[in-house]
Design a protein around this ligand. Structure first.
Ligand code: ATP
Ligand code: MG
Length: 399
């Protein structure tokens, strides 16, 4: 039994939210085709049909849009059957010395016992089966939930915390600018948590950056897939643009203009793929490109909403989250990405837009964009995919 939490407050959209959640669960449980999903207005039920509950529980934990969930036993609405299921369920959890209470709910008003009667009678049945068990109203070790619904009675003894948030896809699609660093995977995770489906856009500059740097970005994408099942990864060749900028633009403006190209390309890809937003890992004041003046100059190329989930977070807060979603160790692997290689020694922290526009006139912007766009490569990345093969091993051997 899955409880939606925040979803329940979404009014008219609720149907779409539930459909999206069901779709995401279906995709996360691909390996368990026997599971049946029934989405109702206030709850969702997965009928396991013999599929292993422990494995399914683990796969449900990261899915956004689930507030809490409980393994549940479903029985006919007959008191004897309810008593028996209650006694068995509590016995399966009970360790000598523990306490319990019954928490009954009744959606079916016509049922023969009301909640007070249910609490008392089901409690009595449990005590008959386990005479030494203690009854405790406040913070019992075991809380037996009994719900009398219209179709059947549902009993459960554990409530597992879900990932919260909104089902991925229910807020539309956004393009995540994914580098190989710490911040952008966290930004992607947080955007997904609020229901945004992401496609990862990665700029790479061979031969200045290695195949391993590209693989690292893909591997980071793998870490984001448990929340959705699979993620479209889009590689954009960026070498020609970086060389053209390096040749024609004074070094203080390299970074600003490079970022503007990334932003333009990401926006073009977004438009072609039906996205509504751009997501990046910028954090205010972290580096020269992330001052408000810089962001203003970079953001000038588009009016598309740019979501910056980690903008106000401290580096340590971002690292905490990166550790939680297991992207940190990968992110700190020392493979150069395209920006570090071309990074000027002293980028302007307060670039002037007139200057930016003047320097960009030296470049054939449209042509460069078009060629990078034409060189895009698509790859669908799934949980369990593996990209960092020998290189990572070598790196580990060095430690
Ligand atoms: P990150 O830890 O995400 O790499 P960062 O602190 O290193 O971020 P920058 O290198 O200034 O910051 O990059 C800012 C943002 O620009 C990144 O968070 C990411 O969203 C985007 N970005 C940078 N490099 C790339 C790249 N090679 N491909 C795609 N997006 C990139
Ligand atoms: Mg970076």
């Amino acid at each position: 039994m899955i409880r939606y939490g925040e979803l329940s407050t979404k009014g008219k959209n609720i149907k779409l939210f539930i459909q999206q959640l069901a779709k995401n669960i279906r995709s996360a449980l691909q390996a368990h085709p026997k599971v049946k999903i029934h989405g109702q207005k206030d709850r969702m039920y997965l009928i396991l049909n013999g599929e292993p509950s422990q494995i399914i529980i683990e796969k449900l934990r990261p899915i956004f849009g689930i507030q809490t969930f409980s393994p549940v036993v479903k029985v006919d609405k007959q008191l004897e059957k309810i008593y028996q299921a209650a006694a068995e369920l509590v016995a399966s959890e009970y360790v000598p010395g523990q306490s319990f209470k019954v928490n009954a709910k009744r959606a079916d008003r016509a049922f023969e016992l009301d909640t007070i009667g249910l609490n008392r009678e089901v409690g009595h049945a449990v005590i008959c089966a386990i005479p030494e068990i203690e009854v405790k109203m406040k913070q019992p070790d075991i809380e037996l939930r009994v719900e009398i619904r219209h179709d059947a009675a549902y009993l459960s003894v554990a409530t597992i915390k879900g990932a919260g948030g909104l089902p991925v896809g229910s807020s539309g699609k956004g393009m995540l600018m994914l580098s190989g660093g710490i911040d952008s995977p966290v930004a992607g995770y947080l955007a997904m948590k609020r229901g945004v489906e992401i496609e990862a856009v990665h700029f790479y500059s061979p031969p200045y950056t290695s195949e391993q740097a590209l693989n690292k970005a893909k591997e980071l994408t793998v870490k984001l897939t448990p929340y959705v099942g699979s993620i479209q990864f889009i590689t954009v060749p960026f070498t020609e643009i970086q060389e053209a900028i390096k040749e024609n633009v004074p070094s203080g403006y390299l970074m600003t203009i490079t970022r503007r190209f990334m932003m333009r390309l990401t926006d073009l890809i977004r438009e072609k793929r039906g996205g509504l937003a751009i997501i990046n890992g910028e954090s205010l004041g972290q580096v020269a490109s992330q001052t408000l003046e810089s962001m203003t100059a970079i953001n000038e190329v588009t009016t598309t909403p740019v979501i910056r989930p980690v903008i106000t977070m401290d580096k340590l807060e971002i690292i905490d989250l990166a550790e939680k979603i297991d992207t940190f160790d990968l992110a700190v692997l020392p493979f150069e990405d395209c920006c570090t290689i071309f990074a000027p020694p002293q980028p302007k922290t307060k670039p002037k837009l007139e200057k930016v526009l003047e320097y960009e006139k030296r470049l054939d912007v449209d042509d460069l964009i078009q060629r990078a766009f034409d060189g895009m490569v698509f790859e669908k990345i799934q949980t369990g995919d593996y990209f960092l093969t020998s290189g990572q091993q070598e790196f580990e051997d060095l430690l």
